[in-house]
Design a protein around this ligand. Structure first.
Ligand code: ATP
Length: 235
């Protein structure tokens, strides 16, 4: 239990959105390090239905992605999963997901994303309002604090934030914080995993064994004519 929870009864909850196509050890290790560093009481993984920023052809059925996340996190009592984005019709927008959680719980919420996703944040729907809803934690590559992005925010955001130099964070006018947190960056991506499987090569030690077994059982990501399992997400 975090100190905050003991003091206020409020939990500190991380929300980790992603396509998870499939989930890999980069996601899991990053989430675990963020959980410890920010003393979170739990992290909710939120697979997205139709991500606005990704090519749909390569995204497999949402039920498979959900199940792979479920299997991958089963042994971690701090991790859980939400199908909120999958149960909504249409595209997945983070602003809608954050509003959903904000309206339903009084907990302190921390949205977790990678540095590569953060650099595109100005293209996200209603991005200015994201920061009025919760704190943001950006998982950054080692050495990131020395890069310009950590010292200067993208133009459209800079007027809404003040630096807190001591805490090495940015403080939004709403009071929420934007934190860049270095993690031991594992150079693993779902794209790399999919490419290896497609070529019939090993993905051992890149994804959890449970996920690997599931992928093989269902014949996922293998490019073969007529493979129903490789079909694009239908929403
Ligand atoms: P793809 O290769 O298909 O684009 P991905 O590996 O980036 O996928 P996503 O599900 O899109 O995986 O990522 C969800 C979130 O996790 C994003 O915010 C992304 O920046 C972050 N992320 C992905 N891979 C890593 C990694 N190796 N280390 C830290 N964060 C990561």
């Amino acid at each position: 239990m975090s100190e905050e929870m003991k003091r206020t009864g409020k939990r500190r909850i991380g929300l980790f959105g992603g396509t998870f196509n499939p989930i890999h050890l980069g996601h899991l290790r990053g989430a675990e390090e963020i959980r410890e560093a920010f003393r979170l009481d739990g992290i909710i993984f939120i697979p997205s239905a139709i991500p606005p920023h990704k090519a749909m052809e390569e995204i497999i059925d949402a039920r498979h992605r959900l199940e792979m996340v479920r299997l991958a996190i089963a042994s971690n009592p701090y991790f859980s999963i939400s199908d909120i984005e999958l149960s909504r019709s249409g595209k997945s927008y983070t602003i809608d997901t954050l509003r959903h959680f904000r309206e339903r719980c009084a907990d302190s919420l921390f949205f977790i994303l990678g540095g590569d996703a953060f650099v595109e944040i100005e293209t996200w729907k209603d991005f200015q309002n994201l920061f009025t809803l919760c704190h943001f934690i950006v998982m950054a590559r080692p050495g990131f604090q020395k890069t310009p992005l950590a010292n200067r925010l993208p133009g459209a955001l800079s007027s809404a934030f003040q630096p807190d130099v001591e805490a090495m964070t940015w403080v939004h006018s709403s009071g929420h914080r934007l934190v860049f947190k270095e993690i031991s960056f594992l150079d693993i991506s779902s794209t790399k995993v999919r490419e290896l499987i497609e070529r019939g090569e090993s993905v051992r030690y890149l994804i959890p064994p449970e996920t690997e077994t599931y992928i093989h059982q269902h014949g996922l990501y293998r490019r073969r004519e007529g493979m129903g399992d490789f079909s694009a997400q239908k929403g």
